[in-house]
Design a protein around this ligand. Structure first.
Ligand code: LRH
Ligand code: MN
Ligand code: MN
Length: 425
């Protein structure tokens, strides 16, 4: 189903109340010397990639429950992203996981993406599952495996993913390794790390000049005693040894409880080594639930550092933003709309932080004022700014409401049927 912009006149009922709310907020912010237009433009330009694996209902390791009308091909996944993008105007990119979503007809896929205003963001390799007919098994690791044959297969796969991405116009590859061990003594830490470093260097050699390599870390899962790339420090070290086109990727769910993620973000940006970002939220581990559903203030503090870095760290490249969330209870499209909304809201709040005042308060060691400045931004209801950014681009004032009013899921079920299964996790 391809959404026609005419179908978007769901804004009619809400436009006058929005205008009032926007004018009120804009005049109060202008009195604080905040450039409202600039913030609205930044919000309009902020695009977040949707991963191809988040469009079907995700599972748990105990079961997978299908959601009616799920996309069963890459084309249908792109159409779903097209729907979210027409409503939110903030999902103008897709991130493919290979081999879950290998295009069959590259030109047709590129044309479809283009017609939906969707770009190809980072491509993701997968050496955490064995593929049918694969010669070697990743049961005991991939890039870190003690067997040269397994490492070679995993390296070749990553090079193939780069080739696929090149044909689509992607400019980066994300490597996440499940490699690790579940029992003490199972693996030699130094050997595993050295193999991983050498394998990454080999992949890096095949990286086109205008590409980036993102190295994702995660402390545990699927293995429960050790993970080879367990934390940002390990990723940073590996990226440094690879070279200037290699960067660390931060996934919000990949930290032990209470880790100060905003400080990690800040350090990486200072060093020019933060390349990509995966949004989600969690209460316990890598829960991959809707962005901002559990710790919205923590997300704000992280965004505050991201905004600071984007404004003060020209040494850091533009970031690749992606939502890495999927689960099995909500309509996946509604869930993504909610995540996108929270990301935009939180970005807007971070843009309100008065950096000059904050710096002054920090220099005066006025701790209470520092906290007040952050709280003041966080407690401002910025939804009219986010709506205004969407309105400017002919998006929906309230994307979730529009999604329901337009009966999109019902139409998808009519088109695709009830018993559909998407590829992915
Ligand atoms: C690993 C991860 C990584 C994978 C995705 C499916 O937990 O965050 O980014 O590619 O999930
Ligand atoms: Mn991730
Ligand atoms: Mn994850």
């Amino acid at each position: 189903m391809i959404l026609n912009p005419d179908q978007l006149n769901t804004n009619k009922d809400d436009i006058s109340i929005h205008k009032d709310q926007f004018d009120n907020l804009a005049s109060s912010l202008s009195r604080q010397n905040i450039q409202v237009d600039q913030i609205v433009n930044k919000l309009a330009n902020f695009q977040i990639a949707i991963p191809s694996w988040a469009l079907g209902a995700g599972g748990t390791r105990f079961g997978r429950f299908s959601y009616h009308g799920e996309p069963s091909s890459l084309e249908q996944k792109l159409e779903d992203i097209g729907v979210i993008h027409s409503l939110t105007k903030s999902a103008g990119a897709v991130s493919l996981h290979i081999p879950w979503d290998i295009p069959k007809d590259y030109n047709a896929i590129k044309e479809l993406a283009n017609s939906l205003d969707i770009k190809f963001d980072a491509v993701n390799s997968n050496t955490f599952q064995d593929q049918p007919n694969a010669k070697e098994s990743y049961k005991f690791g991939s890039l870190s495996n003690t067997s040269q044959a397994v490492r070679d297969q995993a390296i070749a796969h990553n090079k193939e993913v780069i080739n696929i991405g090149e044909k689509l116009g992607s400019k980066s590859i994300t490597v996440w390794l499940a490699d690790g061990s579940s029992f003490p003594g199972q693996s030699n830490f130094q050997t595993a790390l050295s193999h991983t470093q050498n394998s990454l260097k080999d992949i890096y050699k095949s990286l086109p000049n205008d590409w980036k390599l993102f190295i994702e870390y995660k402390p545990y899962e699927p293995y429960f005693y050790s993970t080879v790339i367990q934390d940002w420090g390990t990723s940073f070290m590996l990226a440094n040894e690879c070279g200037e086109k290699a960067f660390t990727l931060v996934d919000l769910g990949h930290h032990l409880p209470n880790t100060n993620i905003e400080q990690i973000v800040s350090t990486l940006m200072l060093k020019g080594k933060l390349g990509g970002f995966h949004f989600n939220d969690s209460k316990y581990g890598d829960d991959d639930i809707t962005v901002g559903s559990i710790k919205p203030y923590a997300l704000f503090l992280i965004f505050n550092e991201l905004v600071y870095g984007m404004e003060n760290n020209p040494q850091n490249p533009e970031l690749s933003w992606m939502i890495d969330a999927s689960h099995n209870l909500k309509d996946p499209l509604e869930d993504l709309i909610q995540s996108l909304e929270t990301i935009q809201i939180t970005y807007a709040k971070a843009l309100l932080v008065d950096q000059t005042k904050l710096k002054q308060a920090q220099e005066n060691h006025d701790v209470s004022l520092c906290q007040e400045i952050l709280q003041n931004a966080y407690l401002t209801d910025v939804r009219p700014l986010v709506k205004q950014a969407r309105l400017q681009q002919q998006g929906a004032l309230d994307p979730l409401k529009a999604y329901r009013l337009l009966s999109i899921r019902e139409q998808l079920i009519k088109e695709r049927g009830k018993n559909t299964v998407a590829t992915g996790l």
